[in-house]
Design a protein around this ligand. Sequence first.
Ligand code: MN
Ligand code: MN
Length: 340
Amino acid sequence: MKKTVPPILITIVIAILAFLGREDLAKLFEDETNKPTITVTDTTKPHKPKDNPDKPKPVKGKATRDPHLALGNPSKAKNDAKSMANYLVECPQYALAFDNATGNAKWVAWHLSKAWKGEAKRQDFRPDNRLPKGFKVVTKNDYTASGFDRGHLCPSDDRDGSISDNEATFFMTNIIPQAPKCNQRVWKGLEDYCRDLIFDGKELYIIAGAYGVGGTGSNGGLTKTIAKGKVTVPAKVWKVIVVLPIGENDLTRVDANTRIIAVDMPNNQVVADKDKEWWDYLSTVDDIEKNTGLDLLSNLQIPLQKKLEARLDKGENNAQKISLEKQYGSYPVKYDLSLE
Ligand code: MN
Ligand code: MN
């Protein structure tokens, strides 16, 4: 029995193939118009997308939201109104220890994984109404014209899963007077790098804080306090990041090979000069403990703490830098300097 293909169908197939840039196949159809059967064996896709080697790999395992203090409470802070120099605030989004004398957190600790990410819009700064009566109330306006950014410790972008998650990062207890070049360049570079890691199969435990007195903001000179002494301007800002592959029972999975990134950088306007990046400020947990009097990673066995805390991370390697350049066009990214 003779099978024929209706001419309208052939026209449609030719049009589709021409659209896909397969004139060769379209030609074949044209030639075949009067023949009873059509066999197309070339199944090559016309436009196979080029494999991008830098595309983030699919993440194995499910990212979760985990307890912020799994690795320890660095100052044994207490949620007790009498503990004014070391007052613990725990919320779903992070934990922090507030020091009423400086008006700043001694540290903020938070877990970071893909599970915290979302599309919530950036909120606005607000006084922390969670502090007991008698504590300093730092407000957004305390920073006005100070020459210092309202620098997040736990970044806004790490908590955009919901509006309330994002709002929590805008309590002024999570904010320090940070030199704009520090906040917007070097510090932000490391924040971005952390978020790259969580889209590359990792989950992180991050602790950040500041210490010392006196920084240099956009007004120049050395500033020791702002808002008539209410808030101390720190001399240095630091951060410690524990990097784990996504998984469960995180505390038990930290071992001698676990990557620890520690940085300690000056709170001034020359911190990013000469294209300096966060990896130019690598430090050790040991040094940060010495400088701050905190005990970081205190829930780990002592021998393990000793090993990890003495280790200096290698920072960004060339391959990572090149990958970021491909992703963003240039790295470091040009930051929006209007952001605080
Ligand atoms: Mn910031
Ligand atoms: Mn320690």
